[in-house]
Design a protein around this ligand. Sequence first.
Ligand SMILES: Cc1ncc(COP(=O)(O)O)c(C=O)c1O
Length: 426
Amino acid sequence: MLVTHRDDVLAGGASSPVRAGRRVGGDPFVCARGEGPYAYDAAGRRYVDYVMAYGPLLFGHTPSFLSDLDALAARGVVYGSTNPDEPALAGRIHAHVPSMRKLRFTTTGSEAVQSALRVARAFTGRDAIVKFAGNYHGHFDLALQDAGASAETGDAARSGIPPGAVAGMAVARYNDLDDVDRQLARAGDRLAAILVEPVCANMGLVEAVPGFLAGLRERADRRGALLIFDEIITWPRLGLGGAQARAGVVPDLTTIGKVMGGGFPIAAFGGRSDVMAVLAPDGPCFTGGTHAGMPFAAALALRVLDHLETRPELYAAMERHARALADGIRTTLRALELDYAVVQLESIVDFKFRPGPPTRSYDDQGRADQRAFAAFYHAMRERGILLPPSHNEVMFVSTAHGDAEIELTVAAIDASLRSLRARGVI
Ligand SMILES: Cc1ncc(COP(=O)(O)O)c(C=O)c1O
């Protein structure tokens, strides 16, 4: 049989919609190869990459611990049995994130959050969930209401998500405890859990204001409900203790993913022993998966922890580079008299085309100028810098980004913003 290549068979041109680049227009970026901090297109052109696969690549595209994968694969990559690396990995994660007393592995972050919500409902015997506009938790039904990142379910009636599936869901404004109280009142005594990104990186980079997370903790406790932190972007990007260690607020359940597999798909959910005891085979709540906790990915996750535990200086270097990037952006904005807030937390950097204080909620984010961002995206790409093609996303710095890449980027940002000014875009 003759096999012909067709480039119109991939639905929507991408396996995840943001990659199609519709938010910024133009030809979508097609990555043919990655190396260190660089992405290469099919023509071999090199770009400093700040997409970093939307978070997983804390060590860039080709970290040294990915060098002898043949040996790892030679053990077999998936068994369908528990393997020794799984409990070892669970124990190592627990040592860093003590609130994850018991945990279970999944393949993707979406599954981890979906599982955590089911566990919360099984444990409490209730069904209502309060989540936050602009937070993103994956592509399952419940998570997509008012979600940030690239979630596009605007036309709810045609989105394929039945109203019944989201009937128990209330969506509150991030950083607004008064609105949380309004949504909690709607949920009443049906509240199973409050689900939140403790630092949100899906409507730009948005930190919780002081007292917000503690306020959620106190409200969940008062109602006998659970607090779930989605740390799929933040652990271990913000440090081995994650966002919860920084905030000093302890959730009942936590979800992690992205960075933990060093680029391979593995994620987890976990928390209090009494809560996780609802899981089958001990309890009535089923979660599982063919590739969940597969030995190949679990071994890589152990390597990620080895790397971070033995080289704490990596965090300091990323922070220094991210700060230099943020300072460089601020210098150009000042020169152009643009009052946009530049935010940086550890290795995450972000600014939006909106004057005034940093984004606090999805309402703020809705006021950013998307047209200006699209022009900026293309101006940067022309200059060899790759940004995520959506203004809801952020710039991820990795351990592979060095002074040279940051200098190139700062220069490109300066030139790009000046070209936008000259064209009257900003
Ligand atoms: C905070 C957060 N939670 C969950 C997810 C879903 O993870 P995955 O894409 O691995 O299903 C994402 C993905 O971007 C995320 O940013």
